[in-house]
Design a protein around this ligand. Structure first.
Ligand code: GDP
Ligand code: ZN
Length: 310
C-alpha cells in the first residue's frame, strides 16, 4: 500500500494511506533508516510504501520510499547534519513581516536560495501588511519582484490578500517557513477556521511536537470547498543553507548569476576588491542592490566556515 507522510518523531511516522486510514508506522529494517544521511530519514510530504498491520487497524510498517520530486533541507547546526523539512512540494511559502518580528530580508534570501537550489517554486508572503511597510522594506520587496520572485502581501488580521493566497494554494502542496511569530498559524487559521492552530508568541507555545501526534505537520485546508495541502514547519531562528558551497553561492543570486565569469579575473575573482569586477561595478551602478550584495557576502562567509552572521 502507498501513503503520504504527514509527520513523525523518533522514527514513528504518521502516514495518510491510500485507503483513507491514518496509520502510525515504524520503519521496517535498517535500510530505510540509514539510507538518507539526513538527521531524519523521512519528512512530511514523503510518499512511502507500507505494510498495514493485520492486528491493529491504525498501525503499519514502512517498507520503502518513492522517488522525491524535491527535498527542502536546512543544515541543522545542533545535530550537525542536514535536516529534511519537507518533500515533494509545489510551493515554498516564505513568510515574513514588516515588523514584529522585525523584517529580516537576509533570512528570506536564505530560504529563496535553498528553494532555487531544490527546484521548488518559492513565494514570498509578507504578512501583517496592516502594519505598513517602511520605505527600505518596500525597496527590498520591489527588488525581489524585479528578480522574478512572486510576492504576496497579506494580513491574517484584516484578511487582505488572502483570496489570492487561497487561489495559489488550491490543489497544491505548500510548506510554510519562517521565523516564529511571523503569523504562519494565524494565516492558516484565517484560510480555514477548522484548522484551529495554536497561535501566540513563542513563549506561550509549546513548540514542536505537541500537535504532531494528532494532526501531523502536513494537513489539508478546505477553502471555499476546495482542498489545499500545507506543511507547517516549526519556526526556525536560524536558517543555514545546505549543500551549497561558498564558491557556488553567486549562482543562486539571480542578479549575480549572469555576471559570473565576466570579471577581469574570470572565475578566480572574489568580487570583493578586484579591478574589473563586474559584480562590484553592478553594485556601484545600482544594478545589484547593495543589501543583496551584503547578504551574499555574509552568507558566503558563513558557508566558508567563518561563523554565522545575519
Ligand atoms: P507563527 O509563530 O508564525 O505561527 O505566528 P502566530 O500565528 O502565532 O502569530 C504571532 C503573533 O502575530 C500573534 O500575536 C498574532 O495575533 C499576530 N499576527 C498574526 N498575523 C497578523 C497580522 O496579519 N497582523 C497583525 N497585526 N498581527 C498578526
Ligand atoms: Zn568579480
Amino acid at each position: 500500500m502507498k501513503g503520504t507522510v504527514t509527520g513523525g518523531s523518533n522514527n514513528i511516522f504518521t502516514v495518510e494511506c491510500e485507503d483513507g486510514i491514518v496509520r502510525r508506522c515504524g520503519i521496517k529494517g535498517k535500510k530505510l533508516k540509514d539510507s538518507s544521511g539526513y538527521y531524519n530519514p523521512l519528512a512530511p510530504g514523503d510518499m512511502v510504501t507500507l505494510e498495514a498491520d493485520a492486528l491493529s487497524g491504525d498501525c503499519g510498517k514502512l517498507t520503502g520510499i518513492l522517488p522525491r520530486k524535491n527535498e527542502f533541507v536546512r543544515w541543522n547546526v545542533k545535530g550537525r547534519r542536514p535536516q529534511l523539512l519537507a518533500a515533494n512540494l509545489d510551493y515554498l511559502i516564505c513568510v515574513t513581516t514588516p515588523e514584529s518580528p522585525p523584517f529580516r530580508p537576509r533570512f528570506v534570501d536564505r530560504m529563496l536560495i535553498q528553494a532555487d537550489y531544490a527546484h521548488i517554486d518559492p513565494v514570498i508572503l509578507c504578512n501583517k501588511s496592516d502594519l505598513g511597510f517602511a520605505p527600505e522594506t518596500e525597496v527590498r520587496i520591489a527588488e525581489w519582484e524585479r528578480l522574478g520572485y512572486r510576492v504576496l502581501r497579506v494580513s491574517a488580521k484584516t484578511g487582505e490578500g488572502l483570496p489570492l493566497l487561497a487561489a495559489l494554494l488550491e490543489g497544491k502542496l505548500s510548506a510554510f517557513v519562517g521565523q516564529s511569530g511571523v503569523g504562519k498559524s494565524s494565516i492558516l487559521n484565517a484560510l480555514d477556521p477548522n484548522c484551529a492552530l495554536r497561535t501566540g508568541e513563542l513563549s506561550e507555545k509549546y513548540g514542536r511536537g505537541t500537535h504532531t501526534t494528532t494532526r501531523g505537520d502536513l494537513f489539508h485546508l478546505t477553502i471555499a470547498g476546495v482542498r489545499a495541502s500545507v506543511i507547517d514547519t516549526p519556526g526556525v531562528r536560524r536558517f543555514v543553507l545546505h549543500d551549497i558551497s561558498a564558491g557556488d553561492l553567486a549562482l543562486y543570486f539571480r542578479e549575480m548569476e549572469p555576471l559570473i565569469g565576466s570579471c577581469s579575473f574570470g572565475m578566480s575573482c572574489s568580487h570583493e576588491q578586484e579591478p574589473g569586477c563586474k559584480i562590484l561595478e553592478a553594485v556601484y551602478s545600482g544594478v545589484i542592490l547593495e543589501d543583496r550584495y551584503v547578504s551574499w557576502m555574509r552568507i558566503r562567509e558563513e558557508l566558508a566556515g567563518n561563523g554565522w552572521a545575519d
